[in-house]
Design a binder for this molecule. Sequence first.
Ligand code: ACO
Length: 326
Amino acid sequence: SRRAKVAGLGSYVPDQVLTNSDLEELVDTSDEWITQRTGIKERRVVKEDVTASDLGYQAAQKAIENADIDKDKLDLILVATSTPDYVGFPSTACLIQDKLGLPGIPAFDVAAACTGFIYALSVASQYIETGAYDNILVIGSEALSKVIDWEDRGTCVLFGDGAGAAVLTPAQSGGILTNHLGADGSKSDVLKIPGGGSCNPLSQQLLDEGNHYLEMEGSAVFKFAVRILGKAAQNALQQIGLNRDDIDYLIPHQANIRIIDSAAKRLRLDKEQIYVNLDKYGNTSAASIPLALDEAAKKNKIKQGDIVVLVGFGAGLTWGATVLEW
Ligand code: ACO
């Protein structure tokens, strides 16, 4: 049967670095607290006029180059983002399609917060498996610094901006073996941007109250994440008759080193089998998995034939895992 494989990867982060000590100047926090509780040392932030489509476009160009494919051969563009250029429309995927100069091909956004890239990969792999499309560009891109309340120490230390992209093509062998997705909308309150949508439309009062910023119950998300990260990976493996001992390499969503460490324990993985770059970028939401996968691949952490698991969780709540044979 036909499968999809990752033919090329690319990533991009803005130049401006915001360190933990920079944050000490903004809110009542310390490098020690942030490092111990999260593992994050610094993050990247965009300039005022830079958007998610700008970051996604940069990552996409690198992925297309890395795949060594003519961009005119692309059949579809998918963008996972929680910080689209515009609320509602046009989609960020359409804006990136225009920047790439590919009028005509379909383009749409996938909304699953930090799990967005896994959700988008699962959509792309279905199109390739059915034979509907051959070459699909999948992007995760976020300009989270624009929806952060820089006076809220509970959230502003955690997030960063960036983008990652993959070109998927039909596989001769290996490729994406399975995807496992899940959601629990009854927990939609623990992580949200309350204002600006049809529930709380933009108004002066909303802006004055800071309702357009990201809000999070950190410890509720933490408990969920610790439970779901290992479980989602195991559920995905189980779907194809594999188990945790078959994992060669894990690319987890980069939210918090303590969440990753507890998943590693549950999956019985060594440190050398897990890619971590949250110290440099913080949580870049839908960009975090492709950004980590691109770096891991370029550093030759993943070898041909390896069983690689990508696993994420996020607002919604949502979770998902992809199992690939590299
Ligand atoms: N600096 C200093 N102190 C702080 C800071 C800070 N930046 N932030 C919170 N504190 C304080 C709190 O006020 C609290 O003080 P108190 O005990 O006097 O009330 C104390 O530190 C402990 O706070 P907790 O929230 O209990 O700390 P915890 O160990 O849970 O760590 C954290 C907080 C890092 C936010 C953790 O809960 C976490 O990582 N949660 C998951 C977040 C996450 O992954 N979100 C992304 C999901 S993906 C997506 O879709 C976007």
